[in-house]
Structure formats: C-alpha cells, structure tokens
Write a protein that binds this ligand. Structure first.
Ligand code: SF4
Ligand code: SF4
Ligand code: SF4
Ligand code: FES
Length: 892
C-alpha cells in the first residue's frame, strides 16, 4: 500500500497507512499531550487529551486512535482543540483530592505537567473529589484511587504486558475504578506485585509503598537489575545517596520494555539494609574487628601467598560470583590463574547447573549463544521444560504468555501445575526426573511419522543413523509408565511439534536434575531433528537464574575453561593466553564449587577466596559445608552483606552493589549491558574490581589496573566474544565466534553430532521415604535469598514458604492448610506449614527454596551435579513426621 501524505501544523508528512495521527506527529518531533496512550499498549482513546483538529473536515478527534488519511490537514494546538483540552483537564483536577501537595508522584505527575503547560491553576469549578479509601495493606503498592483519571493504563498493562489479569474496571461512570476481583485488596488477588501498573500510572493513584515519605527522587539514573538473568533495564530514583524507587527505564530496545517483576521493582530496598558491610574486617582473638583497607589487604595477600608457597597452588581456591560484573570475574580468575597459579576457580552459577551449558558450547563450538527473548513471540511452537518462569525469571513468562495469547502452541512439561500451564496448549505432567524419557519418546513419535527435518539433518548433522536406531527401539508403554503421562497425551504433544521449528525454553529444573546432562543432550537431539537449532526464532533458550551467570562463565570463572569459553586443555589456546598474561597456566582442570568443599573436608584445600557468593546458604547440606570451611586455614569473604559465610571468615572485604559501581553484565540472551554508578557505596565499601586490583598489586603482580577501563580494554583485546569491532565501549551483544561456522548456507560448516540415546534407571519404590519433594522458587526470592530476605518489603509481606502437598495426600495424612510438618530426607529436615494445592499428584510435595535461611538445602545431598550418584539437587525422597495432627487435634 502506498504511503499517506498529510499535513500536521503546516508540515507535510509522509507515513505508512495504519499509522495514527499521534504516532505520525511524534515521529516528526511534534508533541501532543496524552495521558492514556502508551506505545506498548493497545490504543484506548479514554482521556481525550490528544485531541487534534482536521481543519479541512472541521472535525475534532483523538489522535491516538485515529489513523492518518490522505491529505488531512491536522492542527494540534488550534483554539478549539486547546479549549476542549483545557476543559478536560479542569474537570479531572476538580475531581482530584487536595492531597497533591504530598503526593510522591510530585512533579512527575503527568496530569500536573499537562495542567502547567496549559496554564491551568485554579479550575474555577466546584470541587467534586471522588474520595476512595487509601489501600496500603501490602508492602509494595499504595492505591489512592481518588487520584485515578480512568486512563486504563494499569488494566491494559496488567492484561496485555504482564498477562496476569489481576485488575479490571468495576462499576460505571463516576464510580468506575480499576480494582481487583470482588474489590478486595491486591494481596487477595492474583497480583504478582510486578509494579508495571505503578510505573505506567500517570498520576499518584498508584505509587510504591515506601517505608517513609520520601517525595520525588532528587535524580534518576539508569542501571541493570541485579537479580535474575533477564537483565532488565532500570531507572533508579535517588534521595540523599539512597535508591528509594525503581522503575523500568523506558528506553528503546530493552529486554523488559515497560515491565519489571516484584524483585526488580520492589526488592532493591535490600541495598539500604542495616546488614550492609561498611568496613573491612579481620578476625582477631576470634572476633571480626574493623581494620583499614591497607592492613586487611596486606593480610590477605600475605596469607594466600604463604599458603601457595607452603602447600602448593592446588591448596588455594577462588569462588567467583554469578552476580558480580564481567570485569570483576575476569580479574578474579586472572588473579587465581596468574598470581596463585591455580585453576581452582568457579562461580555460584554452579548451583543452577550452569556448568552443564558447556555441553552446548562443545557441540556448537560456542555458537548460538544469542537468543533474543523478543523472538519468542514469533515462534512456530514453544516447549518449556523444567522451568517455572513466572517465578524464577518473570519477564520471560510475560513473553511466553503473550506468545500463547497470540496462538503460538505452548507445551509445558512440569510435574506441578505452574501458572504457565493455564496458557499452554498441552501440559505434560511429567514425573520429576523423567524429562529425558519424555523427550526421547517425542523424538521417537516424530521419527515414526517421518516428521523430521531431513534436509537439515543431512546438511548439518552427523550420527543420525545411530540416533534413529536408538529412538526406534524405545518402548512407549514403559516411557508412559516412567513419566506418568498417558501415551495419548505424548502423541498429542508430538502432533503439536510436527513440522514446526521449536523454541526449547529450558530451566534449571532440567540442569539441576540427576540426568541433567543427558536430558540437555536429548533436547539438543530433538532440536537438531526438528531443524530448530541455529534457526532464527527457534533453538535453545536456557534460562539463567542469576544476573551474570553467563558473564561469569564467559570471563573464565570456571575450573574447566579460559575466558571466552576457550579450552584449558588445548595447548595452542593455553599458550596464547600465556602470551597475553605473561604467565604460565596450568593445563589441569581445577576444582568446581562442590569439589572445593569436598577437598576442604579432606584437608586437601587450605585457603578459599569467596567473592559475592554465600555457599553456606546456597549449597546442600549447610552443616557439612560449614565444617568443611571451618577446616580451612584461611577464608576470605568479599561481599556486600553480612551473611552466614562471612560470619566464619578470617577476613571480610566490603564490596559495592551493582548500582554503586560501573561494569557490565551479560544476560541470558547474550546482551552485554554496561552501567555506571547510581549511588556511592556505603561506608568504606569499594567496587569489587577495585579491591581485586589493589590485592593483585599487594601480591606483587606487576600490571596495575588503575581504572575499570583498563580491565575492559584487556577483555576487549583478548576475549573475541566480547571484542568491540569499533574499539570503543562494548558491543551490546556478544559476538558468536564459532570458527566452524555451522549451518552456513553453503553447507560447508562442521557437522553437529547427535548424542546417543540413553534411558534413566527405573525409580525404585522407597518405603522409608515414600514422597518425592521438588525444590523450587517463589518470585519474591532469588536463589538462596541472601539479598531478597534483606528487603524490608519482602520481609513485611511475611510469606512463610509453606510446603505444598496434594489434596489426596492431605486427606490420607489428615493434614489441612495451616498445619505444620517436619519433612525429613536422608540428609536433613525442614519444618514448615503446609498448603494443600491442586495440580500436584499424590506422592509429590513442593518445597519453596530461600525461606527460613534456605533450610530446603538440608534435604539434598552435597554431591556434584550431573553425576548419577548425586541424585541431583532438584528433587529428593522424603517422609513426613506426624506430630502435626496431634498439635492440631489439641488445638495448639
Ligand atoms: S489507577 Fe492510574 S493507571 Fe489506572 S486508570 Fe487510574 S490513573 Fe490510570
Ligand atoms: S502489580 Fe502487576 S500483576 Fe499486580 S495489578 Fe499491577 S500489573 Fe497487574
Ligand atoms: S529479577 Fe529478573 S525479571 Fe525481575 S526485574 Fe530483575 S531482571 Fe527483570
Ligand atoms: S491519549 Fe488519546 S485519548 Fe488519551
């Protein structure tokens, strides 16, 4: 269709048909007042402030809902338009209460801004405030609906962007307001407290619930969320060097657009917690006491070098952080490898099964790391496995729900009825740990129907013959029994995948399970078989739990590789790094996080330097971890918060949180996002990169990192994935550097091998521990909850993390909502209240992690992930201790 030409305020403008007058005007720098319009929401036409006049037709119309037409002559500020606009604003203000003066929206209130622009002071109308009771029962959102102008943005944001549907209009006319079901408080609704509606609200009708009145922030600066691997772009409001408010940054091309989740929006108040570390501490006479930076770093340098000299480099280990920046992890592993000469370096991403992702890099030579989440809304089909993104990575769930609403088939494999199931085409209620069998069965059915991408397989893969023999020999009835899914449902799912390029969305429910590695191999096999890997808009989306899980790995904070995913065992690569670092690098793979603990237990490790991780709270069997750490001669903890591990350290170094320093994070899509400090660190705390640079100097390392730029330059110059071809700053996305150039259109790339088909061992009934516990997250906490449990708002919400059990088990065990149980595994126990929950089959229970100092870790065995004898960290066998019924029966 031909472009349309019109005039706006006398300027000739050309734009495609379908463009609204408002969009056409804004694209050409002409601003029109608006209150109910937002570019990410469907136009609504409620506020009528965007009125414009077509002087040819003599018509006045709302520009946000009216498409351009050929030869229109639009005036945005004609006397008629301005008169109408002024009247609308006067009526809105007349309906407003007098509390504007202490409204925390302050001068950011768009109604006030527009009124000021139109020169409206006194309305000269009889005030008719529409008083509504203030709602502030929850610690996140205050609703003062007296200030609501019925723009509908909150409702549309809730329905269209985050797809929750917690609020809608109630009543009509003057009484109409956006409310939750039955007009109850948000805390009694499906609201996830993502706060998206709060950021959208143009007035003070919705505002964040701050613990004290702080008014308008003195300044707002951009940053990146420090919680999960989505890497949302934030705008942080600051008063007196404290972050008091967080909103989406509302800049273009961010992963989150106008949305956030409850953690990003409201849990950053942990930054102001009293537990923040403010000065270096050294243990003297058994007590941690304040000391100067000089003295503390002197002790750290001396002790680490002594231990290396006396016991050998293998006795020193470094645990880096999936939360610290790329630059910090790069320096951290460099100090380990170059100064202490050890490959004993890992990062906290191990807990989420991050190390398994090495498998994908091995198979694809580091290719296919770039997976923009925005593509999820353009897929043929989506298959979610081992993930509950509504809780773990909420912004990903918004993408998935929006995709499902558009009609894209969504298959969810999960033992629990997660919130995503309500949006799915098929729910595969897979028995915990049997995902591998399910994936193989789907491959078998697709193969039987000849529904595989044969051209793709021939051109780009190898080993299909062996693979198809493996899947052909599978027994669907056994798989149905093992997975607890009837054959018909598996067939239905296979039918949905038939002929489609599939986006496989994989969570740590897969990576943390006993057969995590084999399961990931099976998923890659299925993605090859369907021709999905390497196809734009399909392939593998691996959900990252922590904000810089990917970056820590890319920077070489892993025991098996060098920065940029390069091989430690490859002599040529290692020699290149030796030239860059001017140092000898050991070819021996180092200790991973669990092996560090195991070796400490055996007395084979003497010193551990921990940056930004809290293994005493995040690893299984915390008491075992404690006694292992207590055996060490020297423990350094560098962190932002006093925590369980810091309590037993010999030296504690106070670091700066992400918004108190500069750096970059790599999100789960492969975006490298740089940021600068928003506020200064508390007390004497310093950015981690600066602490590491000072320490390296103290240890006699000759290279001096005087600024963050120096570290960045070294990364850019030596890690091709992070190199910026322009030579200034960072590229926004990693560069895929696969030299093998797989899936080249000319078909000359190397071939990706299918992995052999393997099966799980049959589950043996366990009479002592008859139940299976699934450990999983709630959206209010991230990981082990070290930071989120320090958020005042999260504390005040007072969630108890009740254990969920099926109604059938509830009846069998005479348990009711509110009872408390002791759940016991072979390794430990937790005590919690219980909640009966539909959507769980009998014999399964769900234990939310991060509550009660993350006591759920007591239940599982501290053994390396992906070793079959470890049984994984996602599920475990448990029993209930039956003291609770007695308590209830006694009425206690
Ligand atoms: S609460 Fe705010 S966003 Fe919602 S309709 Fe009212 S003014 Fe608009
Ligand atoms: S906070 Fe989020 S979930 Fe709750 S009503 Fe607002 S948009 Fe909906
Ligand atoms: S926790 Fe994750 S999803 Fe939530 S705002 Fe932060 S980055 Fe976004
Ligand atoms: S912005 Fe157009 S009607 Fe509100």
């Amino acid at each position: 269709m031909e472009n349309i030409t019109l005039s706006i305020n006398g300027r000739n403008i050309t734009c495609p048909p379908g463009t609204t007058i408002l969009e056409a005007a804004e694209q050409h720098g002409i601003q029109i007042p608006k209150l109910c319009y937002h570019p990410d929401l469907k136009p609504f036409g409620a506020c009528r402030l965007c009125l414009v006049e077509d002087e040819k037709a003599g018509r006045i119309m709302a520009s946000c809902v009216t498409p351009v037409a050929q030869d229109m002559s639009i005036l945005t500020e004609s006397p008629r338009v301005n008169k109408h606009r002024r009247n609308i604003v006067r009526l809105m203000i007349a309906e407003h209460p007098e509390s504007c003066i202490f409204c925390s929206k302050g001068n950011r209130c768009q109604l006030r801004q527009i009124a000021a622009k139109l020169g409206i002071g006194e309305t000269n109308l009889y005030p008719m405030p529409n008083y509504k009771p203030l709602e502030q029962a929850n610690p996140f959102i205050i609703r003062d609906l007296s200030k609501c102008i019925l723009c509908g943005k909150c409702i549309r944001a809730d329905h269209e962007l985050v797809v929750v549907g917690a609020i809608d209009y109630n009543q009509r006319g003057f009484k109409s307001r956006p409310v939750a079901l039955h007009d109850l408080g948000l805390e009694h609704s499906d609201c996830t407290f993502c706060g998206t509606c709060v950021s959208m609200c143009p007035t003070g009708a919705l505002s964040p619930n701050n613990t004290r009145y702080v008014g308008t922030p003195q300044r707002e600066s951009r940053s990146i969320c420090g919680f999960c691997g989505v890497g949302c772009s934030l705008s942080m409001g600051v008063v007196d060097e404290q972050v008091i408010e967080v909103n989406p940054s509302h800049i273009s091309d961010t992963v989150n657009g106008a949305t956030l989740c409850v953690r990003g929006h409201f849990a950053h108040d942990f930054l102001n917690a009293s537990e923040r570390l403010r000065s270096p501490l050294i243990r003297k006479d058994g007590e941690l006491v304040s000391a100067s930076w000089g003295e503390t770093l002197e002790v750290v340098a001396r002790r680490l070098l002594e231990i290396k000299r006396e016991n050998g480099p293998q006795n020193v280990a470094f645990l880096g952080s999936s939360k610290c920046t790329n630059e910090e992890n790069y320096l951290f592993q460099k100090i380990a490898r170059v100064v202490l000469e050890t490959n004993n370096v890992d990062n906290g991403g191990y807990v989420s099964g991050q190390s398994l992702l090495n498998l994908i890099d091995e198979k694809t030579d580091g290719g296919y790391r770039i997976q923009p989440l925005a593509r999820l809304e353009k897929e043929d089909a989506i298959f979610v496995l081992g993930a509950d993104p509504n809780h773990s990575v909420p912004v990903v769930s918004y993408y998935l729900k929006r995709a499902a609403k558009k009609g894209i088939p969504l298959i969810v494999a999960d033992p629990r009825r997660t919130e995503l199931v309500d949006f799915s085409s098929i729910w595969l209620r897979v028995f915990p740990g049997s995902d591998l069998e399910l994936i193989n069965a789907l491959a078998m059915l697709l193969y039987q129907k000849k529904a595989y991408a044969s051209d793709f397989i021939i051109q780009f893969t190898e080993g299909f013959d062996l693979y198809r023999r493996g899947i052909s020999s599978l027994d669907i009835d056994r798989i149905s029994r093992v997975t607890s899914i009837d054959v018909g449902t598996i067939e239905e799912a296979a039918e949905l995948l038939h002929g489609k390029k599939v986006a496989f969305v994989v969570g740590h429910g897969i990576l943390q399970q006993r057969y995590g590695r084999e399961c990931l191999e099976a998923i890659i096999n299925l993605s090859l078989m369907t021709g999905s890997l390497g196809t734009e808009g399909a392939g593998l989306y691996i959900l990252a739990r922590e904000n810089n899980q990917l970056g820590a790995q890319d920077m070489g904070a892993v025991p098996y590789g060098l920065p940029g995913g390069q091989s430690l065992s490859d002599d040529l690569t290692r020699k290149q790094w030796e030239r860059v670092w001017q140092a000898k690098i050991s070819p021996d793979q180092g200790l991973n996080m669990v092996r560090m603990i195991e070796e400490a237990e055996k007395g084979n490790l003497k010193a551990l330097y921990i940056m930004g991780e809290n293994p005493l709270r995040s690893l299984p069997q915390p008491e075992r971890v404690r006694s292992a750490l207590e055996k060490l001669d020297f423990v350094v903890v560098q962190d932002i918060l006093a925590n369980e591990t810091a309590e037993i350290a010999d030296v504690v170094l106070p670091g700066a949180a992400f918004c108190e320093k500069g750096g970059s994070f790599t999100n789960m899509e492969g975006r490298i996002q740089t940021f600068t400090p928003v506020v200064v660190p508390p007390g004497d705390a310093k950015p981690d990169w600066e602490i590491l640079a000072l320490l390296a100097e103290k240890m006699g390392y000759s290279k001096h990192y005087s600024s963050l730029e120096r570290v960045r330059e070294e990364i850019i110059g030596s890690v091709p994935m992070y190199a910026d071809p322009g030579g200034h700053g960072y590229t926004p996305w990693i560069r895929e550097t696969s030299e093998k150039a797989r899936f080249r259109p000319d078909g000359k790339g190397d071939l990706i091998p299918f992995s052999p088909v393997v099966s799980t061992e049959d589950e043996v009934p366990d009479d002592v521990y008859p139940l299976t516990a699934i450990l999983g997250s709630y959206r209010y906490h991230l990981g082990s909850g070290t930071r989120t449990s320090r958020s005042k708002r999260i504390q005040e919400f007072d969630l108890k993390g009740e254990i969920e059990i099926s109604p059938k088990d509830g009846t069998k065990l005479n348990l009711h909502d509110g009872d408390a149980v002791r759940v016991i595994s072979r390794y430990g126990a937790v005590e919690r209240g219980i909640r009966l929950r539909d959507g769980l089959i009998a014999g399964l229970i769900f234990v939310p992690v991060a509550f009660n100092d993350n006591d759920s870790r007591n239940l599982i065995n501290l053994a390396q992930l992906s070793r079959h004898d470890s049984l994984g960290w996602k599920t475990c066998r448990v029993k209930f201790e039956v003291t609770i019924q007695a308590q209830r029966d006694k009425g206690t």
